[in-house]
Write a protein that binds this ligand. Structure first.
Ligand code: HEC
Length: 163
């Protein structure tokens, strides 16, 4: 690295211009990364949804007796769903539809309804977690069905299944 002090006064403007254009290049790079991030957020929400799906599957298997019933596992899964649910609005920024995404454009034209169902998912999943702690299987089953209905509610209106 050349010391700035060692540069003659005549060369200094060029030195700083070089640094500045390097900075501009870095900035351009960041914008390119941000555009790739649009694909990133689609991947992120698909991963979140898959995780939600896995959690639901495990609870369902317990309720159908295919896995032994563990109220702690039910509660942990329900809390995981609630946590993902809280992040849903931020995972669907405007303009992140299209391409491989199954998100319908109505998410952005009917934003309030979309966010409302996301909140509904959170409160239903939280209620499921609370109910799991009581160990009352019938009550857990009812709460589980309420969560499942919320998934369907949103998918019916806001997801165009491609696969
Ligand atoms: C507030 C709306 C909303 C709620 C509630 C919701 N989803 Fe989704 N889900 C979507 C949208 C929109 C997509 C499509 C996302 C995309 O492709 O960009 C999706 C996609 C998925 C996918 C496919 C993921 C992939 O790999 O492409 C699964 C699985 C899924 N959801 C499961 C669930 C389950 C299970 C629940 C309920 C516990 C649920 N979702 C609740 C809106 C919702």
């Amino acid at each position: 690295m050349i010391g700035v002090q060692s540069l003659t006064m005549a060369k200094r403007p060029f030195f700083f211009a070089a640094i500045f254009s390097g900075f501009l290049l870095l900035l351009a790079g960041n914008i390119a990364v941000a555009h790739m991030g649009a694909a990133g957020v689609v991947k992120q929400r698909m991963d979140a949804m898959s995780d939600i799906g896995k959690a639901m599957k495990e609870i369902g298997a317990m309720l159908r007796g295919r896995l032994s019933f563990d109220s702690n596992r039910v509660a942990a899964n329900a809390q995981n769903i609630a946590a993902h649910g809280r992040a849903i609005p931020s995972l669907f920024p405007a303009g992140s539809g299209g391409g491989v995404s199954e998100a319908k454009n109505s998410i952005w034209t009917d934003r309030a309804a979309f966010d409302w169902i996301a909140r509904d998912l959170v409160s239903n999943a939280e209620a499921l977690a609370v109910t799991a702690a009581t160990g009352d299987r019938a009550a857990v089953d009812a709460r589980y069905k309420a969560v499942a209905a919320t998934c369907k509610d949103c998918h019916r209106t806001f997801r165009a299944k491609k696969r």
